[in-house]
Design a protein around this ligand. Structure first.
Ligand code: CP3
Length: 396
């Protein structure tokens, strides 16, 4: 399949500028279609021309932000995720404080573990801990895929965020994009199998290379759960879904292709079939990017290690890209930060389909003023994009 080829889907309406939300043919994806017109973020996901580059940040609602810490003082991370009012408030506050073009719903990658029957907790300074890691085929067989409804608190939070921003365009009239997200099968499997973060992914790779039963079954179950979870988010108003494959960079191209490309492609394609663009992101992926592109994702998230122009060229310009400032540059003096941001904009070359972001999440301790400086710089930079080579969609 041509990696940039479009997927047919009866509900597909993530669409062209010519379509409007009034189009009676655009029904269940009215929101995505409207977003494509009025949101520079959604338009860039679709490689439609915009007059300024959209900007948002991975982990924009996090511990670097005093407003988040104030909420966190009284609530655990999981409490925030599981209480739609609070999750929505945290999402909205971060997006408005920064003035970014997209709001990513406040949730966590590991939330789907609970309805699958995998208990976990977040331990201070250690990150997520799964107490009974999944290591055997019997354990994989016991994983539940029939309780995804229990995750509907995320959809309820998205509804609140969508209602809030639907009624409030930005000062320049641009509509904020709403991003839902889920993990990719490999990255989620790595947490389930290792029991937490990992350096060498030994247990994960043991299952991957193993009996040929446990790993494919685990992939299948994860994809089933993640598609249903993403569908809830789209239904609730997410304009775009980002698939986090944060640790895919631990894989060789051969292993990624043999054990992960198939299930990840299925996930990406089924989400695209819901009518929204998909952003597919991983870290340390320079060598994997051309293979990751084969998933058919609309946008590839770039980490900061490769220059954006080289990475985009390697992918081909038939796909949008997101990135790719080193998050630690936010600790640099203002002039250095300014130069690095300018370098990325220059590397994007005014081509349609670039979304400015970091190459990974904002870290605790990052000065909020530095993040605001980047937003200002990006928003002040005009780009003159012309409709060029871009995707055409079935209705477009
Ligand atoms: O604005 C946002 O992006 C916040 C929403 C968000 C969170 N987690 C909340 C969170 C998102 C998009 C995630 C995704 C997530 N969760 C990823 C993929 C993104 C990436 O960074 O690659 C991963 C790997 C996880 C799993 C996870 N959650 C880890 C490894 C940790 C510990 C990290 C640390 O720095 O301690 C978490 C905790 C977590 N999830 C925090 C936040 C804001 C920080 C901890 C806290 O508030 O107590």
């Amino acid at each position: 399949m041509d990696p940039g080829a479009d997927l047919d889907g009866p509900k597909r309406a993530a669409t062209t500028a010519a379509q409007t939300a009034d189009d009676p043919a655009v029904n269940s994806n009215t929101k995505a279609a409207a977003g494509a017109n009025g949101s520079c973020f959604v338009r860039s996901c679709l490689r439609l021309p915009v007059d300024r580059t959209p900007v948002w940040f991975l982990r924009q609602a996090g511990r670097y932000m005093p407003e988040y810490m104030a909420v966190r003082k009284n609530h655990s991370l999981l409490d925030i995720c599981r209480t739609p009012e609070i999750a929505a408030e945290v999402t909205i506050t971060a997006a408005e404080r920064l003035g970014v073009d997209a709001a990513i719903i406040f949730a966590d990658l590991l939330l789907p573990f609970t309805p699958m029957g995998v208990d976990f907790e977040f331990v201070a300074n250690e990150g997520p801990v799964v107490h009974a890691p999944i290591r055997s085929v019997e354990q994989v067989r016991a994983l539940r895929t029939d309780r995804v409804d229990e995750l509907s608190y995320v959809a309820r939070a998205i509804e609140k965020v969508a209602a809030h921003f639907g009624a409030r365009p930005q000062a320049d009239g641009d509509q904020l994009g709403i991003i839902g997200f889920c993990g990719a099968p490999f990255t989620l499997a790595s947490y389930m199998i290792e029991g937490g973060s990992s350096r060498n992914y030994i247990e994960t790779k043991k299952m991957m290379y193993g009996d040929g039963v446990a790993w494919p079954l685990l992939m299948e179950k994860l994809v089933a759960v993640l598609v249903a979870y993403a569908a809830q988010q789209v239904e609730a108003g997410a304009d775009v879904i980002q698939v986090f494959d944060s640790w895919a960079g631990a894989l060789s191209v051969t292993d990624y292709r043999q054990y992960c490309l198939g299930p990840t492609t299925e996930l990406v394609q089924r989400i695209r079939g819901l009518g929204v663009p998909v952003i597919y992101f991983g870290v340390d992926t320079a060598s994997l990017l051309p293979t990751m592109r084969e998933t058919g994702a609309d946008v590839l998230g770039l980490d900061w290690r490769a220059p954006l122009d080289e990475a985009w060229k390697a992918l081909g310009h038939g796909v949008a890209v997101q990135g790719n400032l080193d998050p630690i540059t936010l600790f640099a003096p203002a002039d250095v930060l300014h130069a690095r941001v300018a370098e990325i904009l220059a590397a994007a070359g005014g081509r349609a389909g670039h979304i400015f972001n970091l190459g990974h999440g904002i870290v605790p301790g990052t000065p909020v003023e530095a993040v605001l400086q980047v937003v200002q710089q990006i928003k002040a930079a005009r780009v003159a994009q012309v409709p060029g080579e871009r995707k055409t969609y079935p209705r477009g």
